[in-house]
Design a protein. Structure first.
Length: 374
């Protein structure tokens, strides 16, 4: 994963820490409500158990029951999940880790295409609709995708041994794979790979960072939050330089209604059943950040960092541009065949990324705000 570099000014730290204190209080209140709800649910469960006269049913046996359970798990993906990519997009993937998302993106197909036959008409319809959501991406040219990692190639393969074969596969398909890319210095990549010997920065339609993390192993929660907020701010500042220009994307629903853009501190949640239409080609580029939508990640407050970034110390770091939140939507790992989230540091590198379990994965999509907007 890419990491931010450079020391922040005191004013930036104060602003972020003040912001953290508000959200920590909010999260504590939410947690208390969750605990109370859990106690109530347990009490109800005990009552149902006492009222039930039949013995506890045996665990399902392998075979049809197992297939039924598997089918039920797949049905958790809605009929029309939000797919934020067009087959005409140029896509920059940041902090790819083992590059399994890049492989899933350029080998896009329904995750149900190789599974067992659905057990009911409803699950069959869900499978069909999910496949239609992804079928257009089968037309995405692999050379439209640039996949990057913060680590050197040697470091990457040492952390993630499986990445070597994945990278070979990607390069054989025509995907551009680049190592040693800092998420806070994307313009370096754009100059190196741009046309005209660096005279013009290369730009992308989508700049994507799935599950960013500073990976510093900081145990103190406040310092950990601050470290990751600075990382996100650096990424957003850098990404602004490599996004394609154009009109503001209009996210429309299947009913033809345009969604309102949110420039306040509230989130814009998408209904996966409704948002099936993407911005037309030629719109300005967008940034997509995916995180677990539970603490400690919610304490980073990514939407506010993008829309209302804290001012930096004068004479030091340049101010962050302001973004507009276009939408946020659930990210389904099972939709991307072969995708495996990996951790960034120490022994956890080889784990599957279990921090923050119990909530959903969520993607926030932003575009740059017009400079004449207040």
């Amino acid at each position: 994963m890419a990491k931010g570099r450079g020391k922040p000014g005191k004013s930036l730290k104060v602003a972020l820490q003040s912001q953290q204190s508000r959200f920590i209080a909010k999260e504590r209140a939410a947690h208390a409500a969750e605990v109370a709800q859990a106690k109530e649910d347990r009490a109800r469960g005990k009552k149902r158990k006492l009222d039930h006269q039949n013995p506890t049913p045996a665990k399902p046996k392998a075979g049809k029951d197992g297939e039924k359970g598997k089918s039920k798990a797949v049905e958790e993906i809605p009929k029309r999940p939000t797919i934020p990519f067009l087959p005409t997009d140029t896509i920059l993937l940041v902090g790819e880790g083992n590059f399994s998302f890049a492989r899933a993106l350029v080998s896009c197909q329904s995750p149900l295409s190789s599974s067992s036959t659905p057990s009911s008409p409803s699950s069959s319809n869900a499978s069909h609709d999910q496949h239609l959501s992804l079928v257009l991406l089968a037309q995405l040219p692999p050379n439209n995708v640039t996949a990057t990692a913060y680590d050197t190639e040697e470091e990457c393969y040492a952390k993630y041994p499986e990445a070597s074969d994945v990278v070979k596969d990607l390069r054989s398909k025509g995907v551009e794979v680049v190592f040693g890319v800092d998420a806070a210095k994307l313009e370096v990549l754009a100059k190196r790979k741009g046309k005209g010997k660096g005279k013009e920065l290369r730009k992308w339609d989508k700049v994507v960072w799935n599950f960013p993390h500073a990976g510093k192993g900081i145990t103190d929660q406040d310092r950990n939050i601050l470290s990751n907020q600075l990382l996100i701010l650096g990424f957003l500042r850098s990404a602004a330089k490599v996004l394609k220009e154009g009109p503001v994307p209009d996210i429309t629903s299947s009913t033809g209604k345009k969604r309102k853009r949110r420039d306040d501190d509230e989130d814009e949640d998408s209904d996966e059943e409704d948002l099936t239409h993407l911005p037309s080609a030629g719109s300005r580029g967008t940034v997509l950040i995916t995180l677990r939508n539970v603490p400690p990640y919610t304490l980073w407050d990514v939407p506010k960092l993008a829309k209302n970034p804290p001012p930096p110390k004068q004479g030091s770091t340049p101010p962050n541009p302001k973004y507009t939140l276009l939408r946020s939507f659930a990210f389904y790992r099972g939709l991307w065949k072969g995708y495996e989230h990996r951790m960034t540091k120490g022994e956890r590198v080889h784990g599957a990324g279990r921090t923050g379990e119990g909530g959903e994965d969520r993607t926030w999509e932003f575009c740059l705000k017009d400079t004449d907007e207040k």
